[in-house]
Design a protein. Structure first.
Length: 76
């Protein structure tokens, strides 16, 4: 058998590869965490209020063009 003599400490399959993978995974984790915090902050200040829809469902008729005013609308 021949010995693998092309090994090196700082090749991509050594310490350098491990450091690159670690930095990449930590940067992905940081990016997703920051994105999640921004989404939560936006949702906390602009929450969904179902009151306009639930309060007016008794006025909805089976076939009416006026039903468009009872449809879901984007938050302001």
């Amino acid at each position: 058998m021949t010995e693998n003599t092309s090994r090196g400490l700082f090749k991509l399959n050594g310490i350098t590869g491990m450091l690159i993978a670690t930095v990449l995974l930590l940067s992905i984790l940081a990016g997703l965490t920051i994105w999640g915090i921004k989404v939560q902050q936006g949702s906390a200040s602009n929450y969904y209020d179902p009151a306009p829809i639930v309060g007016s469902l008794d006025k909805v008729q089976a076939d009416s063009k006026d039903n468009a005013q009872f449809a879901f609308q984007d938050a302001k």
